[in-house]
Design a protein around this ligand. Structure first.
Ligand SMILES: [Mn+2]
Length: 335
């Protein structure tokens, strides 16, 4: 699939905005993954090489296993100051994913908001929006932008972007991994990025306590017609000494089972409130309509996230009922 020339024109426009800016705030979605963090840091490194004052604004801690990314000192847990003249949001499909505290502060600044993303469900928010749903990672879009800016790619940029590519493609294993994904990765390796270091981090994403939590969740798993679902309760976090972060990857792990076509993981938040739901699907199935049927849903065809009303059993019932209704009306493509 080819990227539209329209998106390329927008990227060129974005490059011009960047050239004129002095103080750039880079932001991303809450609970950032490797693509969100790698794209943010990679872009911030490149902007600094361009002579810009670039900072990554993020309230969440760096996730387990991602502290090898170069430039964590570019991250500030604060709101961008009044001298900021450009905001760039990476890997965030919609404002709600950025979090209202940061997003409201940005709106108040009244400076251009640039969006660089690859989520199919991107709502098109922002002053300028470059969304490439064909790209396997936002890191690849950031790489195009950096090349357009003519910034040399150094080891720091390369490692950050390589991390985004490797984690979002599950180590080059997703169907959207194309020759251009590998070309981007090769270019980043040539620029000093260590694939070994990134792969080691990819394999080492989970501490032992996370595996104990997964074990509890897998024991409680239920299945029907190719759909496998399970849940993580507050009690399970307590028993294993884990947090919600330790559930990352569980839905993909279940989906890998040969006879599973859709996996769904329901998670209570340790602090209570809405139930976080992650759903994954095999190629050909489109879960976006399911996500969209919930207020804060979004993602890609094969990977979505949304929130459902508590309690857990109610969230499970509602979600499975909607999945069934959407399946009957043929809205999930090949499911
Ligand atoms: Mn991504």
């Amino acid at each position: 699939m080819r990227d539209s020339p329209f998106s390329h024109a927008v990227l060129e426009q974005i490059a011009r905005y960047i050239q004129q800016a002095h103080r750039v705030a880079v932001i991303t979605h809450e609970r950032p993954d490797a693509d969100a963090l790698g794209s943010s840091l990679g872009l911030a490194h490149a902007l600094r090489r361009l002579g810009k004052e670039a900072t990554v604004f993020l309230f969440d801690p760096v996730p387990f296993g991602l502290d090898f990314l170069p430039g964590l000192d570019l991250i500030v847990a604060d709101l961008p100051g009044p001298k900021t003249d450009l905001i760039i949001a990476v890997d965030a499909g919609e404002p709600s994913q950025i979090g209202s505290r940061l997003y409201d502060a940005i709106l108040r600044l009244g400076v251009p908001l640039i969006v660089v993303d690859h989520h199919e469900s991107n709502t098109g928010y922002g002053t300028l929006s470059a969304v490439f749903p064909q790209k396997a990672s936002t890191a690849e879009v950031v790489l195009m932008l950096i090349q357009m800016l003519g910034v040399p790619i150094d080891r720091a940029v390369a490692t950050c972007l390589l991390a985004g590519i490797v984690f979002d493609t599950r180590a080059f294993a997703t169907p959207d991994t194309g020759p251009e994904t590998l070309q981007a990765a090769a270019l980043l390796m040539e620029s000093g990025g260590s694939l070994y270091e990134v792969m080691t981090a990819y394999r080492g994403q989970h501490p032992l306590k996370a595996l104990r939590l997964w074990g509890q969740a897998l024991t409680r798993m239920e299945t029907r017609d190719g759909v496998a679902w399970t849940f993580v309760s507050r009690e399970m976090y307590r028993a294993t000494g884990t947090t919600m972060e330790d559930t990352e990857g569980l839905a993909n792990f279940i989906l890998d089972a040969a006879d599973v076509r859709i996996s769904v993981v329901f998670r209570e938040r340790p602090e209570g409130g809405m139930i976080r739901v992650s759903a994954r699907a095999k190629p050909g199935i489109n879960l976006v309509p399911l996500a969209r049927s919930f207020p804060t849903g979004g993602g890609h065809k094969m990977a979505v996230g949304f929130e459902a009303e508590p309690p857990l059993d109610e969230a499970i019932r509602t979600t499975l009922a909607r999945l069934e209704a959407l399946r009957r009306s043929g809205q999930l493509d090949d499911f």
